[in-house]
Design a protein around this ligand. Structure first.
Ligand code: FAD
Length: 318
């Protein structure tokens, strides 16, 4: 373990320089100060090693480094000053993207861009490849990870909305063992989750969707690539011309993504048509507890919810 500021010309040093490049501070090559506060860099090769390191450094402000697309910018601004980074990019086992039983398992090393291609046949693959195009810009998608987004839990994360809609299983590993956390228990507030500080999110598991599944996704942001002010994902099975097991999840509107039971009740057993979509969107708008910020008051966001919910549902029949 060496301080980043030492930057020797060793393998560890070259890795440190890689991090320095990521924050845009090439001065580190010449031994001068970097933008982030000093930290110690760790590069485990296995999950066990990563978990052991995390348990050691988490009490001393240690953090996981995945794609770095959220963590590195806030470190560069010194809004986060982790004393240790455990970089999981060298852990081969975490790059797993595979179907196991009736689930798609997405390892912590899988980048957003992996979903531009169909990760799996059928509606789930199509859903993921539709949603991924709304996340930031392509270069960010080539580094950022699915699980990093879920661990970071930005209220406007598309993947968190997917996890909420599909009742994902989130798999956490620590030196105490492995536990599976359902999405509805995982997200607890703005960028706050049920993950303990020494737990590594190793995998997210999404249920495969039957061929009868229909989905629609819609989000609103002021500029392409920005975080959305509100988004909705609608998923249901079409059975005898009616919606079965409807799911409607909202992201970006509240402090964390969640399913809207009130709206789902308005859809269950009805035909996918304009009147049922409008009724469900109205229920979502009534039930939402919108966040407010300097540019967006609660009523504006409530109105957006009505619109994104209806348009997501309309996409399901487009
Ligand atoms: P990192 O930045 O490496 O880590 C983020 C946080 O999660 C850190 O606290 C880290 O310790 C923790 N963490 C990461 N992985 C794990 C793990 N396996 N176990 C435990 N903790 C972990 N995201 C969107 O969803 N939608 C957008 O529209 C969007 N727009 C963006 C626009 C810009 C300009 C930028 C820079 C980013 C944007 N992002 C957006 C964020 C991007 O998707 C990030 O990739 C994502 O939020 C975090 O993933 P990461 O792999 O980069 O994680």
């Amino acid at each position: 373990m060496q301080s980043v500021e030492q930057c020797p010309q060793s393998e560890a040093g070259r890795r440190q320089i890689g991090i320095a490049d990521a924050v845009g501070n090439r001065a580190a090559r010449h031994g001068s100060k970097m933008k982030p506060a000093p930290f110690e860099y760790h590069a485990p090769r296995t999950v066990d090693e990563a978990v052991a390191l995390l348990s050691e450094v988490a009490p001393h402000d240690g953090r996981i480094l995945a794609g770095g697309q959220s963590l590195v910018p806030i470190m560069a601004f010194r809004l986060a000053r982790p004393a240790h980074l455990v970089d999981i990019n060298g852990v081969e086992a975490l790059r797993r993207l595979a179907v196991e039983g009736d689930r798609l398992c997405i390892g912590a090393g899988v980048r957003h861009s992996a979903f531009h291609r169909l990760a799996v046949e059928g509606p789930l693959g199509k859903l993921l490849s539709t949603v991924v195009r709304h996340i930031a810009h392509y270069p960010i998608r080539t580094r950022g990870t699915f699980c990093g987004s879920v661990a970071h839990a930005d209220p406007a994360s598309e993947w968190c909305t997917v996890c909420a809609a599909l009742d994902a299983e989130i798999v956490a590993r620590s030196v105490r063992g492995t536990r599976i956390i359902p999405a509805r228990e995982f997200f607890t507030g703005i960028m706050t989750t049920a993950l303990a500080e020494d737990e590594l999110l190793i995998e997210v598991r999404l249920p495969l969707l039957s061929p009868q599944t229909r989905f629609g996704f819609y989000e609103f942001n002021r500029r392409a690539g920005d975080f959305a002010l509100a988004m909705a994902l609608a998923v249901y099975r079409l059975e005898n011309g009616r919606m079965a097991e409807p799911r409607l999840a909202l992201g970006g509107a509240e402090t964390y993504a969640r399913r809207m039971a009130e709206a789902e009740q308005a859809l269950a057993g009805r035909a996918p048509a304009a009147d049922s979509f409008a009724a469900a969107a109205e229920r979502a708008a009534e039930a939402v507890d919108p966040m407010e910020d300097a540019q967006t008051n609660a009523e504006y966001r409530r109105d957006l919810v009505r619109t994104v919910a209806r348009r997501a549902l309309e996409q399901s029949v487009a």
